[in-house]
Design a protein around this ligand. Structure first.
Ligand code: COA
Length: 202
C-alpha cells in the first residue's frame, strides 16, 4: 500500500464529495470543489490517496490465469487551504470514516501547515464546531490556540465556532512543528508531492 499527498484534481471530485456528504452538514457541492481546483487563485486543495500494491506474479501459469491488475487508488482524505496575503485559512479537512485514527488526518493537516510556511504565511486560521472534540484535539496537537468564539457560526443548527489560530512567526510554535513533522516522517511511509509542488489546474 502506498500513500500519496498530492494536489486535488477535477477527476477526484466524485470521491471527495462522497466523503464530504457523509461528514459535513451541509456538504460542499461538486461545483464548489471544481471552483476551488480550477478557478480560485487563493486555493490549495489536497488529497491523501491510497494505492494498493499489485500482487506479485510468480510464474507464467499464474500470470496467464490471473494477469496483473491495474493498481486501484482511493482518496482517503482531503483538505483545503486558502492563502490570502499573509493569512492561510484551512477551509476544510476530513478523512474517510473507514480510515480515521490512523494518523492520516494529521498528515493532511501537517501538509497544509507546511504549505502555509512555504508560501510565507504569518499565521494559519480555521473555524471548528465547539462540539467537535476530535478535530480540536488535532489542532491543539499542532499548537493552534482559540482566539475567539463566533456565535451561531453554523447555519444548520446555530452552533458556535471556535476561531483558532497558529502563529507561524512564533519561534516556539515553529520548533514544535519541526518536531511534529520529523515524527510524522518516521511514523508514516508516504510520498508528499503536495507541499513543495506548484499548484496545477487540472
Ligand atoms: C478530524 C479528523 C480529520 C481527524 O482525522 P483522523 O485521521 O481520524 O486523525 P488522526 O488519526 O490523524 O489523529 C491525529 C490527532 O488528532 C486527534 N484525534 C483524532 N481523532 C480523535 C478522536 N476521535 N478523539 C480525540 N482525539 C482525536 C488526536 O490528537 C490525534 O493524535 P494522536 O493519534 O497522537 O492521539 C477526522 O476525525 C474527521 O474527518 N472528522 C470529520 C470532519 C471534521 O470534523 N473536520 C474538521 C472540521 S473543522
Amino acid at each position: 500500500m502506498t500513500l500519496t499527498l498530492r494536489y486535488m484534481r477535477l477527476a477526484d471530485i466524485s470521491q471527495v464529495v462522497a466523503i464530504d456528504q457523509v461528514t459535513f452538514v451541509p456538504p460542499w457541492s461538486a461545483r464548489s470543489y471544481a471552483y476551488e481546483i480550477a478557478e480560485s487563485t487563493y486555493s490549495h486543495m489536497v488529497v491523501l490517496e491510497q494505492t494498493e500494491d499489485q500482487p506479485q506474479t510468480k510464474s507464467f501459469f499464474r500470470w496467464f490465469f490471473s494477469p496483473p491488475r491495474t493498481a486501484s487508488a482511493q482518496i482517503v482524505g482531503y483538505g483545503g487551504l486558502w492563502l490570502i496575503s499573509d493569512e492561510a485559512h484551512i477551509s476544510t479537512i476530513a478523512t474517510h470514516p473507514d480510515f480515521r485514527r490512523r494518523g492520516w488526518g494529521e498528515l493532511l493537516l501537517a501538509g497544509m501547515v507546511q504549505k502555509a510556511v512555504l508560501l510565507n504565511a504569518a499565521y494559519v486560521v480555521l473555524e471548528v464546531r465547539v462540539s467537535n472534540g476530535a478535530a480540536q484535539a488535532l489542532y491543539h496537537k499542532y499548537g493552534f490556540v482559540t482566539v475567539d468564539v463566533k456565535k451561531g457560526y453554523y447555519h444548520n443548527n446555530g452552533e458556535d465556532a471556535y476561531d483558532m489560530r497558529l502563529d507561524l512567526r512564533d519561534e516556539a510554535v515553529c520548533a514544535r512543528l519541526d518536531t511534529l513533522f520529523a515524527r510524522l516522517r518516521t511514523r508514516n511511509i508516504y510520498e508528499d508531492v503536495f507541499t513543495s509542488s506548484i499548484r496545477t489546474r487540472s
